[in-house]
Write a protein that binds this ligand. Sequence first.
Ligand code: NFS
Length: 666
Amino acid sequence: MSPNFQSMDPAVQALHPIAEEICYPTAFERAAELKPCPIGSTGVCCRMCAMGPCRLVGKTDRGVCGATRATVVARNYTRMVAAGAAAHSDHGRDLARTLIETARGEAKSYRIRDVQKLYEVAEFMEVPTKGRSIEEIALEVGQKALAEFGQQEGELMYLRRAPKKRQEIWRKTGIAPRGIDREVVEALHRTHEGVDMDAENILKHALRCSLADGWGGSMMATDISDILFGTPVPLNTYHNLGVLKEDEVNLIIHGHEPTLSEMVVAVAQMPEMQEYARSKGAKGINLAGMCCTALEVLARHGVPSAGNFLSQEIAVLTGAVDAMVVDVQCIMEALVPVSQRFHTLLITTSPKAKMTGALHIEFDEEHALDIAKEIVKRAVDNFPNRKAEVVIPKFVSPAVGGFSHEYLQYMQGGLHRGSFRPLNDAIIAGRIRGAAGVVGCNNARVPQDEGIMKVIRTLIANDVLVVTTGCVAHASGKYGYLLPEMMRDAGKGLREVCEAIGIPPVLNLGSCVDNSRILTVLSQMATEGGLGQDIGDMPVVGFAPEWMSEKAISIGTYFAASGVHTFFGVNNIISGSPEVVEILSKKWDEMVGGTMEFITDYDEMIQAALAHIDRKRAELGLVPWDPERYGQSGGDELMEKILSLPPEQRYLYSRKVVEERVAEQV
Ligand code: NFS
């Protein structure tokens, strides 16, 4: 195996030698070959005008215009936030447009699947519902959502979903976002040459801009996706490259937006399409997802996941991918050359994201079904063209996906008594030490999934309940951590709670825009009572151990702006300015009660997070966490019972087993 190869994923390990055989350098080799620029990676390279790029290293502490290191690092950081917020929010904008077109009857292939959620969102947005048709309500909800982008004054309506105390902090510090596009544009303006030259002031706007993502574009994307495609509820699914099938047409849906993938899912199930596949010698059509699109269709249909960001090229090496269809974000340009070495048909679909060398079939909502049919047909037509030996590693892990914030509430008390009371009580009593959102990407600079899994395993062993999204959700799934029986790796107190509710110790909350679900959950926990009055009061932390994208920086920043201490791995991109490090780790704490810290050592990162959780527990006057206080209820006998069930029953699983057990005792 090449010394450059870094992944703990057994499927990736099994397939990587194929890349070596055909002399194809994957991201792992390219990363080893192409060292990161030591100046840019610390944030001190300023390329914002043509007098530079100015590299502020050694004795050089000012650029040609006189910009200091702090200014340059702050500007670079803020531009990352702006790009990340733009990406998430533009996704939200497209969904708002789809909702409007659906309501008007223009996007005929779509319909309102979750009417109840439409009513809830309408009520939240103060859209009248009485005596109006679903379409009328949906139209106004869509229009109100769309108006948030161009709004110039006031504040975004979704801020009202935050606890009162948090809203006041945003208003008092002047970071309540006015309009989504406005904050992104202003971030670009302020960081232009010769504008904002005060690091603290620049970074204050980064907070505001990130909030326009988390409590704006992303939250809207989640809500509208639920309205159009259904609010997720737990279901069984599978993770990793073993989900590909040798004798079926394998179509991978990769990217981010659910609009196209939902249609592809519908089309692939059509009897005439299945028949068409059989006419080409295949046994059927097998859909699998990649990256965040995968999590959208996994949460709503149980479509299995082929892998996360660093698995995308590797999937093609199986020789079994008949087509890979992509839309926007996290798509490697390397998919073009690797697909050309195999028979894989690479199809781009977004007018915003073409790839030289790929087939472009442009998607539009009005003709969604026909376009999806064309894509699926092309995949089927390509099945007989397989040329390389098909190698599908056997690695596949069953998992439970589809946790929404609505379901989290429901599972703690049912339809009529759903609340966050049991979770809060468990934290108050010290059964659960705290909660963590572990999110973000893979990064070829660090071994794939290693940091993610180290963080997750250590957290649950320490009674910290984990919620995940994005590439971390895929990773958790690949190693079995989205299964209830993994409560065996949890601390005794957390295990007790998992047994009682019947959940895994790690919950998959969806795609990256669904980080907004985590914000909603945190907000509901804070308002439930007993854990202070604000997100910033609670023993909760955020992590992105293997982040790489600008979106991740926006996410981390809006978590910080929401009062969460957040820890990022891989590389400290602000280390070129100790002043900026100080602002993100100390001044932000004083200002908004949240921080953004880059810590490359995973152990150090975990210890810092646990210390923060314990500090918050102490501030709230809660009993100190004691690993031995709880945990008499479960035991290996129960675990064995759960393990004796077939994987697909293990969700209905532990709940059922626990109920039986309780019945026996009564
Ligand atoms: Ni989000 Fe990272 Fe991409 Fe999804 Fe994965 S790389 S920031 S997790 S797929 S957006």
